[in-house]
Design a protein around this ligand. Structure first.
Ligand code: NAP
Length: 257
């Protein structure tokens, strides 16, 4: 076989179907577009940004892919079931799930309300349970699938002012490894990407002093772009990574070292 052709096929997502949660903006949007560019049909969810989500859907359709955008609060487990049922009904299967939806509500613990704690844990961690649980049934039936969770460097290193967020992201690591063990024998892989500091609306909220401190802590000396995460997701979604499961892949310019 032509080795270039073989490599191309390995990284291709031609004929695959996927769902990316929270893909109206930022990292999720870049992931959806990268998976579409690699050949997959792509469904996305969003919470509030309907217009932006429709633009992502149109961009995917313009690439020649099938696309669907669902308004679905990731915290709602019943809605997660509905979304995945609609995808499998329309497209016959679900090959790839990317749990990306996430929020921050940063403050020191002395000032953190119970609501700020609950909102972040539910949006970032319970959502991963909701969508993984709903996706596991079709994936086990197919005896194939790839779940990619978007964690964070602070789930490993911790960060002052982010007890809620760091706890949610550390929880995702335990969840990823446990589910990877549950599903390995069914050929369903579960991995986590831990992004460092990536330029999006989420990081635009940070003040100058925090940004300067973050930049100093990145060995590569610069922020990452949403596409840097999207390329890593493509790797974990495609056949080039068929022997990778339960992994935590740091995509952070060296921040976690
Ligand atoms: P972002 O620009 O704020 O975008 C967040 C996305 O999640 C939006 O599409 C948003 O939808 C969606 N979302 C928020 N709450 C939701 C909910 N309850 N239900 C469904 N969708 C919801 O954030 P980002 O920077 O791209 O972050 C994406 C992921 O990467 C998050 O899990 C974040 O923790 C992680 N991460 C980011 C960084 C970074 O430096 N940016 C670093 C490490 C990890 P709407 O547009 O409808 O609100």
């Amino acid at each position: 076989m032509d080795t270039n052709k073989e490599k191309e096929l390995m990284f291709s997502l031609e004929g695959k179907t996927c769902l990316v949660t929270g893909a109206s903006r930022g990292i999720g949007k870049a992931i959806a577009l990268a998976l579409g560019a690699a050949g997959a049909d792509v469904a996305i969810t969003y919470a509030r940004s309907q217009e932006a989500a429709k633009e992502v859907e149109s961009a995917l359709t313009a690439m020649g892919r099938k696309a669907m955008a669902f308004q679905a609060d990731a915290v709602n487990g019943k809605r997660a079931e509905e979304v995945i049922t609609e995808i499998t009904k329309a497209w016959g299967k679900l090959d790839i799930l990317v749990n990306n939806a996430g929020i921050t509500k940063d403050t020191l613990i002395m000032r953190m309300s119970e609501e700020q704690w609950d909102d972040v844990i539910e949006t970032n961690l319970k959502s991963v349970f909701n969508y993984s649980k709903a996706a596991v049934r079709p994936m086990m039936k197919q005896r194939a699938g790839s779940i990619v969770n978007i964690g964070s460097v602070v789930g490993v290193s911790g960060n002052a002012g982010q007890t809620n967020y760091s706890a949610s992201k550390a929880g995702m690591i335990g969840f990823t490894k446990s589910l990877a063990k549950e599903l390995a024998s069914r050929n369903v892989r579960v991995n986590l990407i831990a992004p460092g500091y990536i330029t999006t609306d989420m990081t635009d909220k940070l003040n100058e002093a925090t940004l300067e401190a973050i930049n100093k802590s990145i060995p590569m000396g610069k922020a990452g772009q949403p596409e840097d995460i999207a390329h890593a997701v493509q790797f974990l979604a495609c056949d080039a990574s068929t022997y990778v499961t339960g992994a935590v892949l740091h995509v952070d310019g060296g921040m976690a070292m």
